[in-house]
Design a binder for this molecule. Structure first.
Ligand SMILES: NC(=[NH2+])NCCC[C@H](N)C(=O)O
Length: 672
């Protein structure tokens, strides 16, 4: 690493540190009761805690950026050429303005990464708090200015613009930023006329997302379900942002398990090469062959022979293999159809020939070591090597992943490869990435590779998730239970009395699959996750049921008031004043959609999107409680007045929520 880079990384670390320090100072200030605007200290402290969480979130992002050599910011300067209709990423826009201010005020400072964070309404809309670290940095350049002085200079240097209303110095050197009402009004109008569009300024990448990836002949389990849900949402996000996304199902279709399956197939359906074998239940077929494999030495021998025949592409055994894969494939597809998942299958078998080449290349590069008859590859600093060739000459999961990573970078020309696989495989991927670097196939400055891990699924007893009757839970049964419970819930709420049978069924589907997906996505994926239909189907708090209800309710406001698109358009054309404080608050939150989703791409955690969606629905309620949209006569119930500006705000809210649902893979319904 060159010294400039180290300096840059150091500066950013210092900045992260400064943010923590600043926060501590704010907290001490509050604890000692120094609260400028006389607000209850408790309330203030609560807000600061929220702020703290946000800062910590930012800091984590920065830490990650440090690890990844700072190539993480996918958003670039928002030029009009990039996408004339894209939404403005306000946070990025402010960072640009502050960047220009620093450049102008302190031309000697190079490569200072400006970070602006959203803040609580008491302070403003956003805050710049880089003055502390900048002051430190200036000292190393021989300039002695305290943070508050630095902040003062920056404040004066921010170029004139249409975004910022006021800048205010606060505390030891923060700059609180308030947006111009005219800017918010204008952006809200654009949101309504152009729709919720991807933010401008996103650099397009070719991304391979390896997700779901169950193993043939084995049941797709809840771990694969998590990978499927998280992976699909990541794809939806990246697709929305305009990336070229390849959704890849790296199914385990080429392991030694095919030996025993084929040997068992020979016995059960000797005619398998001529006629498609009616395997039926592949699970029990797998179990039967496993029992024989473990107990019968002759069978075991035959199983090995079958592997050899399969791997030498004997057409008869290839037929048998295909038949088995087809049964599995049909089962997997049922799950994908129900969950509305699109994915392209490219299993381990695809890499057969490439594995030979991969081994040859590694051999040539002299990076393989002999170990007890095996050929292994070590990565620097990692104790456990990859097994590239087994002692019997066969290849492994490691070999196929080495072949795959090379193929994805070289042939697929991926700029970004994402593996959505449980955290149990973190070591595996760390080693694969490191070995790919050693082999010279991966340059992390050019290609972003990452393992998106997730914790295990637990039952309500916090133990390994299983069904009452058996060890493993069949996903089809699980989804069926979801459907049943969703219907119960809707009937409990007497929706069957209001909805037509078709509407009830759509609502049931939306709730059942929505709640399974949402409860997975709303948690930090790194944690273990307790699967509980009771929790998922709660209609309060940050749950799919609550949000889907909230959404349909907003949609129904316009419906009952009989508003047309034309009326909304006219209101937009006339300008939406956002005169009430709650209207302004909601509008500003809606305009934070672009920065929220761009930030997701930094570490591919999806729960902040769920938090944002939930916040939109609660801020909407705050607005709706105090701002009449449709006024009715108290006695006759007849509509006496419709506030069209507020109806437009309802429309914008519903549209932003709909886009969030779509990114999370949730289907919405008009009535529920
Ligand atoms: N490229 C990969 N290794 N992708 C993940 C494969 C997951 C594997 N089939 C499993 O079930 O554990």
């Amino acid at each position: 690493m060159d010294s400039a880079k180290i300096q840059q990384l150091g500066e950013r670390a210092a900045k992260a540190e400064a943010e923590i320090m600043a926060l501590m100072q704010q907290l001490t200030m509050l604890k000692s009761g120094v609260s400028g605007n006389g607000v209850e200290v408790n309330e203030e402290a609560e807000k600061l805690m929220a702020e703290n969480a946000k800062l910590n979130y930012r800091i984590n992002i920065m830490k990650r950026a440090l690890e990844d050599n700072g190539s993480q910011r996918s958003a670039k300067k928002c030029t009009p050429q990039s996408d004339p209709n894209g939404m403005v990423n306000i946070l990025l826009k402010l960072e640009e303005l502050f960047g220009q201010a620093i450049e102008q005020a302190f031309p000697d400072v190079k490569g200072f990464q400006v970070v602006v964070v959203p803040t609580t309404p008491n302070f403003g809309d956003y805050q710049f708090n880089g003055a502390m670290s900048l002051s430190k940095l200036l000292r190393t350049l021989g300039k002695s200015l305290n943070p508050r002085e630095v902040a003062g200079v920056i404040k004066e240097s921010v170029p004139s613009n249409s975004v910022i209303d006021t800048l205010e110095l606060a505390g030891p050197g923060y700059i609180n930023i308030r947006l111009k009402a005219s800017f918010v009004q204008e952006q809200l109008g654009l949101l309504l006329t152009r729709g919720v569009r991807p933010p401008c300024g996103v650099e397009k990448k070719r991304v391979i997302v390896d997700f779901s990836s169950p193993n043939i002949a084995k049941e797709m389990h809840v771990g694969h379900l998590r990978s499927t849900i998280i992976g699909d949402s990541i794809c939806r996000l990246l697709e929305f942002l305009g990336h070229d996304v390849v959704r890849m199902n790296h199914v385990g279709d080429w392991g030694t398990q095919f030996g025993m399956l084929l040997a068992h197939l020979e016995d059960r359906f000797p005619n398998f090469a001529e006629e498609t074998p009616p395997i039926g239940d592949l699970q029990s077929f797998y179990k039967e062959s496993k029992i024989r494999f473990d107990s019968d030495a002759d069978f075991k021998k035959r199983a090995y022979a079958c592997v050899v025949k399969l791997q030498s592409h004997d057409p008869v055994y290839i037929k048998g293999w295909q038949a088995i894969c087809d049964v599995s494939r049909r089962e997997f597809q049922k799950i994908y159809d129900r969950l509305d998942i699109k994915i392209k299958e490219r299993g381990e078998s695809f890499y057969q020939d490439l594995m030979k080449k991969t081994v040859a290349l590694l051999e040539e590069a002299g990076v393989l070591k002999e170990d007890d008859g095996r050929k292994v590859m070590f990565a620097p600093g990692i104790a456990v090597p990859l097994t590239i060739v087994k002692s019997d000459g066969g290849y492994t999961y490691d070999t196929s992943d080495m072949a795959a990573i090379r193929q994805r970078i070289h042939d697929e020309k991926a700029d970004w490869v994402i593996y959505v696989v449980d955290l149990g495989q973190a070591g595996h991927f760390e080693t694969i990435f490191a070995c790919a670097e050693v082999a010279g196939w991966l340059d992390r400055k050019k290609t972003r590779v990452e393992h998106v891990g997730f914790g295990v699924v637990l039952g309500e007893d916090k133990k390994k998730f299983k069904s009452r009757s058996s060890e493993t839970v069949r996903l089809v049964d699980l989804l069926d239970e979801g459907l049943r419970r969703a219907k119960e819930k809707l009937i409990e709420k007497e929706r069957d009395k209001i909805l037509t049978p078709e509407e009830l069924e759509s609502a049931q589907n939306a709730v059942a699959y929505g709640c399974v997906k949402y409860s997975d996505l709303a948690h930090n994926r790194n944690g273990d996750y307790v699967f509980s239909f009771d929790k998922m189907l709660e209609d309060k708090g940050n749950t799919a049921v609550y949000l889907l209800y909230a959404y349909t309710r907003i949609r129904s406001i316009a419906r009952t008031a009989n508003i047309t698109d034309e009326q909304i358009k006219k209101a937009v054309a006339d300008g939406i004043p956002l005169g009430h404080e709650k209207e302004m608050k909601l509008a500003k939150l809606l305009l934070r959609f672009p920065e929220t989703i761009v930030r997701l791409t930094v570490d591919l955690f999806l729960h902040p999107l769920c938090e944002y969606l939930y916040e939109v629905s609660t801020v909407f309620t705050e607005f709706y409680d105090v701002c009449y949209c449709v006024e009715k006569d108290r006695t006759t119930g007849q509509i006496v007045h419709i506030n069209m500006d507020r109806m437009a705000l309802c429309e914008a809210t519903a549209n932003v929520m709909a886009q969030c649902f779509s990114l999370l893979g949730l289907k919405t319904v008009q009535k529920m």
